[in-house]
Write a protein that binds this ligand. Structure first.
Ligand SMILES: [Zn+2]
Ligand SMILES: [Zn+2]
Length: 302
């Protein structure tokens, strides 16, 4: 898939500094666990010299899936108006319309219609729950403490199913269970992650380097460097996302993320526009740049 992005739009992206990397994962107070409206994120991006970001708040659903974490369906027009308002008020920043949509079994019919109905630039796909509607907390969440192997197997089963829907552009934070206590070392997840990565490659999707892990207890990006390396080997696309739930985090950690991308073997990253993508090179960093490593071994709070 190639895009119809105008020459003007890509003019300055042949050799971007890390501050110019688009931030393709930001939120909005409508989701009930973030602060700030789109205009606040746009102003923060402008003030940091970030030329482009995507508003990707948690997508509403028709059945109350994860309702405590997202806007209601009838609030979506307000979200659209907010994006328009921010585009008008902060024209220096290119603002993409997106959502972060959870995949869950049975979501496809609603989601396909919803995505068709609105002028989206980018759709992030996430797995935040194994089975949201399960009354059993051991089945509801992406992990629980005493059976990490099952958690990883089911998590990557779901990320593979997400890719198979063909509805998404980018898979977010591709080893999220580590945030909640499942050790995500190479040996533990390889068997489950590789088939999922093959499906992501087959779907033409990208994954993101999500820098919110730098402020979580895991103290590293999502996903880990070994997952990024497997993705680079498969020529899977790459984007950068801060997963900002407050405006001050827009573009946070992107210098480290860019170095990690290179260390993993990525030569290019993707920009999206109207759900089409185009690649730009990221191979211009000084050769002595080292990827960020955790300042201490990853620790998890329970
Ligand atoms: Zn959130
Ligand atoms: Zn997010």
């Amino acid at each position: 898939m190639t895009s119809a992005i105008s020459p003007l739009y890509v003019r300055d992206m042949s050799n971007p500094p890390h501050s110019a990397l688009p931030d393709y994962h930001t939120h909005h107070q409508l989701c009930r666990h973030a602060t700030g409206r789109t205009i606040d994120y746009a102003r923060a991006a402008r003030d940091k010299g970030i030329g482009e970001f995507a508003a990707t708040d948690h997508c509403p659903t028709d059945i109350g899936f994860g309702q405590e974490h997202r806007m209601h369906l009838d609030q979506f027009d307000e979200y659209l108006r907010d994006v328009e308002q921010a585009r008008e008020a902060v024209p220096e920043v290119k603002l993409l319309l997106g959502v972060e949509a959870d995949y869950y079994r049975g979501c496809e019919a609603f989601l396909a219609l919803f995505l068709e109905k609105h002028p989206f630039d980018i759709i992030l796909g996430s797995i935040h729950f194994r089975d949201y509607f399960s009354g059993d907390p051991r089945k509801k969440y992406v992990t629980h403490q005493d059976d990490h192997q099952t958690a990883w197997r089911e998590y990557y089963q779901l990320t593979g199913e997400l890719a198979d829907t063909g509805l998404y552009d980018v898979l977010t934070h591709m080893d999220l269970p580590k945030r909640f206590g499942a050790p995500g070392d190479e040996k533990a997840i390889r068997e489950y992650a590789l088939p999922s990565l093959d499906k992501i490659a087959g779907a033409g999707m990208a994954i993101e380097i999500n820098t919110s892990g730098f402020i979580h207890d895991v103290n590293e990006q999502y996903p880990a460097l070994h997952v990024l390396g497997w993705a680079a080997e498969r020529d899977i696309g790459l984007v950068f996302g801060s997963d900002s739930h407050s405006p001050d985090r827009v573009g946070d950690g992107f210098e480290a993320a860019l170095q990690l991308a290179r260390a993993a073997g990525f030569k290019k990253a993707r920009r999206y526009h109207q759900r089409q993508w185009q690649e730009y090179p990221i191979s211009h960093l000084p050769p002595n740049s080292e990827p960020r490593t955790p300042s201490s071994p990853s620790t998890i709070n329970h």
